[in-house]
Structures are given as C-alpha cells and as structure tokens.
Design a protein around this ligand. Sequence first.
Ligand code: C2E
Ligand code: MG
Ligand code: MG
Ligand code: MG
Length: 284
Amino acid sequence: VAKDDAQHRIKTFEPVMLYKRQLRREMAAELRQAVAQNQLLLEYQPVVELATGHLQGVEALVRWNHPTRGLLKPDAFIPLAEETGLIEEISRWVLRAALDQLACWRLLPAQPEQLKLQINLAAAELQSMDLVDYVRRTLRDSGIPAASLVLEITETAFVTGGEVETYSLKSLQALGVGLEIDDFGTGYSSISYLRRLPVDTVKVDRSLIADIDDDDGQLRFVEAVHRLIHAAGMEAVFEGIETAEQAWQLRKMGCCSGQGYYFSRPITAAQVTALLEEGRPLPA
Ligand code: C2E
Ligand code: MG
Ligand code: MG
Ligand code: MG
C-alpha cells in the first residue's frame, strides 16, 4: 500500500515539479542576460539619524526589471543567482553602479561627504578570492574613500565562514571598508561571535522591533539587545521602523541610527538627489 501511495504521489507531483524546474531553468537563462541587457537597477533606502531624521547613508537594493514579469525584488532572484553562480557578476555590477552613483552625489553643491553607502554582500561572495581586489579597484576607479563604503553581510555568513571568508573580512577591514552584520537576530548563531568579528555595526532585523510599540516584554528585550551590541563595542542600526511610536521608543533608548518605511521606502537615485539638494531631514 505504501508503495502504491508513493507511486501515486510521484505521478501527481511530477508535472508540477517539472514545470517548476523548467521555470527555474528559464529564469536562470534570463538572469544570465540581465546584466548585459541593462535590466538590473538600484533603489536606495535612506539610513537616518533617529534624533533628527538627517540622512546618514543610503543602502543600495537591487531590482531586476524583467522583460515580461515586471520589476522583481531581490528575494525573487538573488537565491537563484547564488545557486547558479551568477551572484558574482550581479554583486560586481551592484558595487560599481552604486559607487559611481555615490561619486555623482558627491559632486552636488550640498557636498554630502559624510554620506555612506551600504551594499549587501551575499555569503558566497566572501569565498571569491578576488573580491577584495575588486572592491579596492572599484573604490579607486570611482574615487570614493573606503570609509564611505559599508558592506552588509548576514550573520550566518559571518559565523559559518572558513579560512577564505575570514581572510576576505580581514582584508576588507584593512582596506578601511566598514563591515556590518545584517538581519541580526534571525540566524541560529551564538552571540559570542559578536566580540571577535571584525565588524563595526550591527543592523538589527526588523522582526525584533515589529511589536515594540505594544509589547512591553519585547521592548525590554530590544533594549537589552541594544546594550549587548554596545557592550561588544559596536554601533546598532535598527531596520524596519514603520511607525512614529517605534522610532520614538528607539530614540528614547538612545539608539542613533535607523531605517524603515516610516522614514522612507527604497527610492530612486533621482529621489535621493532631490533629498540631498533640499537638505531637509526626513520626518523624525
Ligand atoms: P535587507 O538587506 O535586510 O534589506 C532590507 C529589506 O527590507 C529591503 O527589501 C527593504 O525594502 C525592506 N524594508 C525596509 N524598510 C522596511 C520596513 O519598514 N518594513 C518592511 N516590511 N520592510 C522594509 P528588498 O529590497 O526586497 O531586499 C530584500 C533583501 O535582498 C535584502 O534584505 C538583502 O538581503 C537582499 N539584497 C538586496 N539587494 C542586494 C544586492 O545587491 N546583493 C545581494 N547579495 N543581496 C541583496
Ligand atoms: Mg541590507
Ligand atoms: Mg537587513
Ligand atoms: Mg532584512
């Protein structure tokens, strides 16, 4: 009976699986063309000083303007890019395009020299032997000082890293590039690594602060996380701030930096330019 069941299951699921596999193969082939055909684009989400709403930096977020499927978010293609090895080409495009954009912004009369640029790095990127060289070259080509660039890496990538990853992190740090743990609090890692990683900033995942406006226990927990990050000698950035109440609670805790729809959604480069030209802080 069990065997019949299994066979039955295979028969009914097969077409769906085949279809999915086919779809993935198509997507992979299309993604391979995406860079060459100029289908990737960047949006930028402001990181602000919580007390004032002043722009401290922008995080580059990649999108794929797919010819038939419309504008795709990274969750729809970054995993595929990682599986197929296309992530390296995409990452490099992102880094170059974002640094070139920052170079343009630095030419504005407002001279936002302090403006930082956050870029997301896939875990696999740290395994690439010439990542550090590429970062160094791209910084030089764009004329951007290393200190203006911050690379965001998820905690799992930091923690499960072997020798190559550690080498990459140390070399990037030696270059003067800022390193940031992204989505902190979502992985399964122990917290002891916080003290030994070459990291300056920790970006706390938005799931941690989602309920702080009506859950006292969660609020106290986030306070403790904030203190923990400071105790490890790092700065905290809170992502996913959606309400005035959340912003206020975090400010009251003494948090400096934040990011979220409450301040701004990801916006186009032109919209960032407008913000810089106005020089007006975002509503805080
Ligand atoms: P992330 O680095 O944690 O980026 C934050 C994500 O949360 C962004 O989604 C952003 O739009 C969203 N977000 C920001 N504020 C809020 C908020 O207040 N509420 C809610 N609900 N969401 C908010 P997005 O753009 O879809 O990016 C998703 C993830 O894709 C990023 O997470 C990042 O891990 C990855 N990613 C984005 N760009 C790149 C890239 O160039 N390279 C690589 N390797 N990964 C990227
Ligand atoms: Mg990020
Ligand atoms: Mg994040
Ligand atoms: Mg996140």
